[in-house]
Design a binder for this molecule. Structure first.
Ligand code: NAP
Length: 204
C-alpha cells in the first residue's frame, strides 16, 4: 500500500482492509513515500512523521505492517525500484504482489518509469472516491490489454475523506475527529503538523 500518507486517514485504512479481504491478501504492507522522484503540487511533511503516524494507525491490525523502504532512501524513489526490491524478497514462484494505491495516481501510470515492467512485477489495486471519473480509467484499460488483467479498480465510499481535506480542516481549526484514528489525531496536535490549531472542544 503505497502513498504519501500526509496524513494517513480512515479512508486509507478502510481501502486496505477491503483489498485484504477481497483479494485474500496475507499481509498489507504500508509504505509511506520518501522523497518523490516525480513532481508534486505540495511537499509532504517529513517522512519520519508520516511513518510514525502510519504505525500508530495500523498497529492494532494483525495483518497490517509498515515498510520504511521508501522513506529511508536518500534519493528520489520510483515504484519500479521498490517493486524490483520487493520481488527479490517475495519471488513470483511463491508470492503474488498487489500494489494498492489511489486511482488518481494509477491513472497516470503510463507516465511512471517502466510502466509495462511495473505490471509484470505486480498487480495494481486502484482505490477511488465514488465520484471519480471512471471513463478515463476505462479508456486506459482499453488502450492497454495488460491493464485489463493487472489493474483492479475498487470504489470505496470512505475515500471521500482525503489527506488534503484533513490538512485544510486543520488549517481552518476544524475538528478532524473520526477522520483519522485518535492516536494519529493526538500525534498531529502534539507535533503541530499542518499548522494546526486545536479545534474548540479539544482538551488535551
Ligand atoms: P498523491 O499525489 O499523494 O495522491 C494522489 C491521489 O491518490 C490522492 O487523491 C490521494 O488521496 C490518493 N492516494 C494516494 N495514495 C493512496 C492510497 N494508498 N490509498 C488511497 N488513495 C491514495 O500520490 P502519491 O502518494 O505521491 O502516490 C501514490 C503512490 O504511487 C505512491 O506509492 C507513489 O510512490 C506511487 N507513484 C509512483 C510514481 C512513479 O514511480 N513514477 C508516480 C506517482 C506515484 P489521499 O491524499 O487522500 O491519500
Amino acid at each position: 500500500m503505497g502513498g504519501s500518507f500526509n496524513p494517513i486517514h480512515t479512508g486509507h485504512l478502510f481501502l486496505a482492509e477491503q483489498a485484504r479481504v477481497c483479494f485474500q491478501l496475507q499481509e498489507v504492507i504500508f509504505m509511506p513515500t520518501g522523497q518523490p522522484g516525480y513532481p508534486k503540487a505540495e511537499l509532504p511533511v517529513d517522512s519520519v512523521y508520516r511513518m510514525e503516524m502510519t504505525l500508530l494507525a495500523i498497529n492494532d491490525h494483525p495483518h497490517f505492517s509498515l515498510s520504511s523502504h521508501e522513506a529511508e532512501q536518500d534519493q528520489p524513489t520510483f515504484t519500479i525500484h521498490t517493486l524490483k526490491t520487493f520481488r527479490k524478497k517475495y519471488p513470483s514462484q511463491t508470492h503474488e504482489l498487489f500494489f494498492i494505491t489511489g486511482a488518481d495516481a494509477v491513472r497516470d501510470i503510463l507516465q511512471w518509469k517502466e510502466p509495462e515492467e511495473l505490471l509484470h512485477l505486480s498487480q495494481f489495486i486502484a482505490g477511488s472516491r465514488p465520484q471519480y471519473a471512471l471513463k478515463e480509467f476505462k479508456e486506459l484499460m482499453e488502450q492497454w490489454p495488460l491493464a485489463k488483467t493487472r489493474i483492479h479498480f475498487m470504489q470505496i465510499p470512505l475515500l471521500e475523506i482525503s489527506s488534503r481535506l484533513i490538512r485544510d480542516y486543520l488549517r481552518q481549526g476544524k475538528s478532524i475527529r473520526y477522520l483519522v484514528p485518535a492516536s494519529v489525531e493526538d500525534y498531529i496536535y502534539k507535533h503541530q503538523l499542518y499548522s494546526c490549531e486545536r479545534s474548540v472542544g479539544q482538551t488535551s
